[in-house]
Design a binder for this molecule. Structure first.
Ligand SMILES: Cc1ncc(COP(=O)(O)O)c(C=O)c1O
Length: 363
C-alpha cells in the first residue's frame, strides 16, 4: 500500500507549526481552501442547541440527511449517499467499482490515486500540459477512446489549478463514457463556489455511469465536522454503497447540519459575493508581480507559477508566518508552482504585502 507522504495536502498547519516551534494559530494558513466566512450562524446555532445528539447513535440509514440532499439536488433519495467528507466516498466508490484500470488527470487531487492503489488498479495518467493552459481538450476524449479505462476521475474545477473545463467538453465526455460503459467520476468538491453550479447534474437521471462527488467541507467551512455526498443515476451502485458501508461513519451533528446547509441561501449568496470580490483582488494583485504567472481562478483558490529560479515562496512566506501550498509534490508539477486560498480582506492584503517584500514590485 502507498504510504501517505508528509505534507501531501494543504491545511497541515499543525505539522508546519511544530517544525517552526510555534503554535498553529500563529500561522496564517492560505494552504487549505476553506470558505473564509467560516461557520454560518445557522450551523453554529444548530450545533450549540443540539449537543445532546452526541449522546445517541445517529440513524444508521441517515434518512433525513439523504432526503434533504436529494430534495436540494432534485433527485430521488435512491440516487444519493452521504459520506464522512467526499474522501470516504472516493474510497467507497473505488471499492465498489473495483476497476482494473483508471484514468487520472495530472496534476490532480492525490486521494484518487491512493484509493485506486489500494485496489491494485492500474493508473493511466493523462497529462494536462502547461502549454495548453492545464486544460483538457478533445485529446482527452481521444485518449479515453483509445485506452478504454474502466473509470475516469476528473475534478471540476480542478485542484490545484482551479480551472473549470469547458462545459461542452464535459458533456461530450459524459456521453462518451456512457456509451463506452466507463464510470465517470466527476469531483465537484468545489462546485458550490461557482454560482452557476454543475453543468452535468441534469444528465444524472439518464445516466448509469456518471457519478458526481460533492464536498460540503469547503464551501460550508466544516472540514473538522466532515460531510460530503455522491450523486448518481446508477441506483444499484448507490444501493450497494449504502448496504456495504461501515455503520455510523457520519457523526450525528454533521448529519443534522447537512440537512440544513443547502438551503442556507443567505450564507450561500453572501459567500459568493464576498469570495468573488476577494478573489478578484488577489488575482489582480498577484498579476502585478512580473515573475508570477497566475491562472484565472474560478473557485476559492488561485494557482500560480513563480518564474524566479532561486526563490522558494513557501519558505520565504513562512518566515513571515504565512503558510501557502507548495505544489511541488503534485505529479505533473514542479517547485515553481503554488496555490493560495482566498481568505478575508485584511489577510489577503497581508499576503500581498508579504509577497512584495520577497518579490520586488516588478519582479
Ligand atoms: C478536489 C478534492 N476532492 C475531494 C476532497 C475531499 O474533501 P472532503 O473534505 O469532503 O473529504 C478535496 C479536499 O481537499 C479536494 O480538494
Amino acid at each position: 500500500m502507498r504510504e501517505r507522504p508528509m505534507s501531501e495536502h494543504g491545511g497541515n498547519s499543525v505539522e508546519i507549526a511544530q517544525q517552526l516551534g510555534i503554535a498553529p494559530e500563529a500561522l496564517l494558513d492560505f494552504s487549505a481552501n476553506i470558505n473564509p466566512l467560516g461557520l454560518s450562524a445557522r450551523v453554529k446555532s444548530l450545533i450549540t442547541t443540539h449537543l445532546e445528539l452526541i449522546e445517541r447513535y445517529p440513524d444508521v440509514e441517515y434518512r433525513h440527511l439523504h432526503q434533504a440532499l436529494a430534495s436540494a439536488n432534485h433527485c430521488d433519495v435512491e440516487q444519493v449517499i452521504a459520506g464522512n467528507g467526499a474522501t470516504e466516498l472516493i474510497y467507497g466508490l473505488v471499492r465498489a467499482l473495483s476497476p482494473r484500470s483508471a484514468m487520472l488527470l495530472v496534476p490532480g487531487f492525490a486521494e484518487y490515486r491512493r484509493a485506486l492503489a489500494q485496489q491494485g488498479c492500474r493508473v493511466i495518467e493523462y497529462r494536462l500540459e502547461e502549454s495548453q493552459g492545464f486544460q483538457p481538450d478533445q485529446q482527452l476524449l481521444e485518449a479515453v477512446r483509445q485506452q478504454r479505462p474502466d473509470c475516469l476521475f476528473i475534478a471540476t474545477p480542478n485542484n490545484p489549478t482551479g480551472l473549470m473545463p469547458d462545459a461542452q467538453l464535459l458533456n461530450e465526455l459524459a456521453e462518451l463514457c456512457e456509451t463506452s460503459q466507463i464510470a465517470l467520476i466527476v469531483d465537484e468538491a468545489f462546485i458550490d463556489f461557482l454560482p452557476q453550479g454543475s453543468s452535468l447534474a441534469a444528465r444524472l437521471v439518464h445516466s448509469n455511469y456518471l457519478y458526481l462527488l460533492r464536498s460540503l467541507t469547503k464551501f460550508f467551512a466544516i472540514p473538522g465536522l466532515r460531510l460530503g455526498y455522491l450523486l448518481s443515476g446508477n441506483r444499484a451502485t448507490i444501493r450497494h454503497l449504502k448496504a456495504n458501508r461501515e455503520p455510523w461513519s457520519i457523526n450525528g451533528l454533521a448529519a443534522l447540519v447537512g440537512q440544513h446547509l443547502l438551503t442556507d441561501d443567505d450564507y450561500i449568496n453572501l459567500s459568493h459575493q464576498y469570495i468573488a470580490r476577494q478573489r478578484e483582488y488577489l488575482w489582480h494583485a498577484l498579476k502585478q508581480f512580473t515573475s508570477l504567472v497566475v491562472w484565472q481562478p474560478t473557485a476559492n483558490y488561485l494557482f500560480f507559477k513563480c518564474t524566479h529560479q532561486h526563490i522558494n515562496l513557501k519558505s520565504a512566506l513562512l518566515a513571515q508566518r504565512i503558510l501557502i501550498r507548495h505544489c511541488e509534490n503534485y505529479p505533473g508539477l514542479d517547485s515553481h508552482f503554488y496555490r493560495v486560498a482566498v481568505r478575508r480582506e485584511d489577510e489577503n492584503r497581508q499576503l500581498i504585502q508579504a509577497l512584495s517584500q520577497i518579490l520586488t514590485p516588478d519582479s
